[in-house]
Write a protein of this length. Structure first.
Length: 81
């Protein structure tokens, strides 16, 4: 004869958070109990204007390759993607 063992499971904080998340229509494993505001590029557009007084900075010119690098590029076999 096999005996049954009764296990009492106490509700955890995760259970409560899962219920709260599902009640709000969020995924229970999304983490946390509140929504997170994600930053965007527009949040930082004022920073260079305030700091440097410019909106956009020019990109630097490319440096010339050394003779060794030129030789490596010349010998390389280009494979179409």
């Amino acid at each position: 004869m096999t005996s049954l063992r009764v296990v009492i499971v106490k509700p955890s904080k995760y259970d409560a958070m899962s219920r709260m998340a599902s009640a709000r229509g969020l995924h229970p494993m999304a983490g946390g109990i509140g929504r997170v505001r994600r930053d965007r590029a527009g949040d930082y557009s004022e920073l260079p204007r305030r700091t440097f007084g410019i909106d956009q900075a020019p990109l630097p010119s490319s440096l010339p390759l050394s003779r060794t690098e030129e030789e490596i590029n010349r010998r390389a076999k280009l494979v179409p993607a």
